[in-house]
Structure formats: C-alpha cells, structure tokens
Design a protein around this ligand. Structure first.
Ligand SMILES: *Cc1c(COP(=O)(O)O)cnc(C)c1O
Length: 470
C-alpha cells in the first residue's frame, strides 16, 4: 500500500503539468492548487480504503488526464449553461425563459453604461424606475396603471400587504395551492399580515359562498391561478366576471394572481384556456399580478397592473423598495414588451413564444437535423431515430396540455449503457445536457434546443457515452 502512496505525483509536478497544457485552465493558481490538493487527498483516501490496488491505476498518463478533468470541473463557474432537451419550454429548474436577442442586447447596454434609471430626462431631476415600463404595460394590457417588482411572489406579497393588511381576504378553497418553488398562498397571505378567509369546498365554490363571507372586515376578493394543479370532475369556480360584479357591489377590489400571465393570445395557436392579461383586465379584475419569465418570455419579474387608485397605494408602500427590480431586469423587460407591440414579431423573436408555437412540421425537420448531428458526431455510440412525442409548456400554464412534437430517441450500440446511466453522464458534459427517458430510451425534444445547439448536444452524447463506459 505504501508503494501506491509513493506513486502519487508531487503538487509541483502536477501544477507544472497543468500550467503547460495547450488549453490552459483559466483560473487563479491558488484555486488550481486547491483542486489538485482535493484530488490527491481523495486518491490517498481511495488507496487507504483499498479501492485502488494496482499500480497501473496510478500511472502518470492515466492520472494526469484524470487530474486535468477534475481540475477543470473544480475551477469552472458553478452557474452554467445547460442544453435543455426536455421539451419543457418554461422549465423552472433550468432558468425558465430564454430571452430574445433584443432583450439581451438591452441588458448589455444597461450594465455597460450609465442610464436614466431614476433620472427624468425631460426635467433633469429625479425620475422613477417604475415609469420606464408603465406606458408599455398599460398599452399592452388596457390597465390604468402598472408597476414591476422582483418576481410574482413579491407582487402578490406587495399587493396583499398594501391593500389587505390586518383585514380579511376571501379566497376559494380550491385555489389555495402550492406552486413549484414553494409559493403557497396561505403562507404568503400570513407574511403579508392579511387574514385568509377560505370559502367553498375543495372542488366547488359558489358566488353565494363569497357573498356570505363578506363582512366589514373584508379587504378584497382574491382569485389564484391553480397552475400545475387541476381539480376535475364535479367542480365549480366562480367566473371573474361574476366576482368582479360582486366586488363592485361591495366596493371591494378583486385581485387576480394569474401566475404565468400571457400577453399573447395562444388561442390562435390552438391553445385555449389561458386568457390574456388584457382579457382579465377587461373582465373586471382590479389588480392583476403575473410573472415576467413564464410564458411572457422575459426576465424574472413580478408585474402588477390594475386600477390607478390601488397601484398608487402600492407605489407608496416602503415594502416596494425592498422588492424593487434592478436595471438589468428593467432593460430586458422593456425590450421584451416592445416586441409585443407587433404580435407577429413577438412570436418570431421571443424564444418562449416561438418554442410554444412551433408547428409539428417544423419540429419534425428539427428532429431530423438533430438526429443527423447525432449520427455525424456520435454515430459510433448510438442509433438515433425520430418518433412522435409530446412537449409541455411548463411554468404552470396549460398544465394538462400536450404539445405534439418529434423526439430523437437513442439506442446505445453498447447494450450495457442504461438510459439512466447515460442521463447521469450527460450532466457531467460541458455544457451539460438534460433530456428525458421514455419507454426505456433516452430521448431529446428539439423544441427547446436551438439549431446551433444540435452539434453541442451530439458532442455531449459522444463524450457521455465514453465517460459512462469507463
Ligand atoms: C408561478 C406562480 C407564482 C410565483 O411567481 P414567481 O414569479 O415565480 O415568483 C405565484 N402565483 C402563481 C399562480 C404562479 O403560477
């Protein structure tokens, strides 16, 4: 065993080797040294436990390659690009929406230069960051007023804290949901200091339930989009129109948390069931909140639109200062919203919209091109076939809807390579690739890949196949 320890190279030898690599590590020496130390410690531990027994496992050629691999992954940034071949367009774990080029360009400008973030160019005095996108939002939604905060959870919190603190908010029991990422209506309500007044039964709530719950303590009527959760069968929820009429009769605001919230009418793509924000405003909601980075296809943000008299209260709330959005987000949001002024352009240039609206013919052509890339770069390891499948919108919108797509499914030439082993190995490639395992095969959905990512995906597959069989 001690002979094995003696085979381990010295720190200096390894560092000299890493510094002489044709493709250097691009990391400070101290970090590289830490990486090498961690590798050598781990290898010593493997020897101690008897996991390494043979001298050839510690031969310099093998060891130096393994050290390089380890050091590269040790020093690289933790926040990384990922290839999304899951077909879930608004994938919360993978960063939700990919921004339009116009938006990324605006972000770069906003960070590279000074800006009029809070500077009124018409007076030379102090301006408000909220005013920068208010005009676009009111134009696109028909609402009287608008503001933007950090995310939709913050939007809901700010609305409840501003309008309902210490008083009651009436909500249907069927809408007291937990959304992925631990957003729970009852808990947000508690944080805001508002008191939840549940009405109805889990599956059915009637207008008379709301009506009976209204007292002098009532501050608002709240509707919440149930996102990824559906109650089916014997169900009833009160329509927004009915609730708005009830609210108006009692002088109470009707608040609608739309969750995803769309500015594009997906009905024209055959996707029905999600009203646009403009339709929700027109139906009588007094305050509407939604996310910037779900189907809207912009940056993370919480957008609040509605009646000016309520929005004015929100803008005066100190809490808004803690929830305010930064200049990069504002820049990305404005650029994204501007694209919506021309709906056709929005559908072409906002990746989230384009991916949701991609037609089966387009997706079939993409799948065939992806399969060709796999054959070209990883043909030694896999057969690739194209077959029909289904994608999902994600982000809580259209939860039960399958979007028809075409998948590229892989059969490894090494029959010992199990789909789950391949899936795990693909997480260790650069960039990592995520797909899904269906009917015992690893599959990629081209809906969420850009054509210029096909070669990267194919290369990742070739690499993972080699890694997984080591
Ligand atoms: C997603 C969602 C939220 C939370 O929005 P974030 O932008 O993630 O903070 C709140 N309510 C509903 C109904 C949602 O779908």
């Amino acid at each position: 065993m001690s002979a094995l320890y003696r085979l381990l190279p010295s720190m200096d030898r390894v560092l000299a080797h890493l510094e002489a690599l044709p493709e250097p590590l691009d990391a400070p020496r101290a970090l590289v040294r830490e990486a090498v130390q961690a590798f050598l410690d781990a290898t010593r531990e493997e020897i101690r436990q008897g996991l390494i027994e043979r001298e050839d496992a510690l031969a310099w050629e093998t060891l130096s390659r393994r050290i390089e691999c380890f050091a590269r992954s040790f020093v690289r940034p933790r926040f990384r690009r990922v290839l999304n071949a899951t077909g879930v367009v608004v994938h919360t774990n993978l960063g939700r929406s990919v921004l339009a080029d116009a938006a990324t360009g605006a972000v770069a400008l906003a960070c590279r230069h000074y800006s009029n973030l809070e500077f009124d160019l018409s007076t030379g005095g102090r301006g408000s960051r909220h005013s920068l996108v208010e005009g676009l939002l009111t134009r696109l939604t028909g609402a009287e007023s608008a503001m933007v905060v950090n995310n939709n959870a913050a939007a809901v919190l700010l609305v409840l804290e501003s309008l309902c603190k210490g008083r009651e908010v009436v909500v249907s029991r069927g809408q007291l949901v937990e959304i992925g990422g631990s957003f729970r209506v009852p808990e947000v309500m508690a944080k805001s200091g508002a008191v939840l007044r549940e009405v109805g039964a889990t599956n059915r709530t009637h207008l008379r339930d709301y009506e009976a719950a209204i007292t002098p303590e009532t501050a608002a009527l709240l509707r919440v989009h149930t996102s990824n959760f559906r109650i089916i069968g014997f169900t009833k929820e009160v329509s927004l129109e009915e609730l708005a009429a009830l609210g108006a009769r009692h002088g109470l605001p009707v608040i609608e948390d739309l969750g995803s919230g769309t500015l594009d009418d997906f009905g024209s793509a055959g996707l029905h069931g999600e009203p646009t924000v403009a339709q929700v405003v027109a139906a009588g909601a007094d305050v509407v909140t939604f996310s910037g980075d779900k189907v809207l296809g912009g940056p993370q943000a919480g957008i609040i639109v509605g009646r000016k008299r309520y929005l004015d209260v929100l803008r005066r709330n100190q809490l808004g200062r803690a929830l305010r959005i930064d200049k990069m987000t504002l820049a990305a949001l404005e650029a994204t919203l501007r694209l919506y002024l021309d709906p056709e352009r929005a559908r072409r240039e906002i990746p989230t919209l384009a991916m949701i609206r991609a037609t089966p013919q387009e997706l079939k052509a993409k799948a065939q091109a992806l399969a060709r890339a796999v054959r070209r770069r990883a043909g030694g390891h896999f057969e690739a076939c194209v077959r029909p499948g289904a994608s999902r919108v994600g982000g809580g919108a259209f939860p039960e809807r399958d979007l028809p797509t075409f998948l590229v499914c892989l059969s490894p030439k090494n029959p010992g390579l199990a789909p789950d082993t391949l899936r795990a190995a693909l997480l260790d490639t650069d960039p990592p690739l995520t797909g899904r395992v269906e009917d015992g095969a690893f599959c990629m959905d081209p809906r969420t890949l850009r054509p210029d990512e096909f070669d990267l995906a194919a290369r990742a597959l070739a690499l993972a196949a080699v890694q997984a069989s080591l």
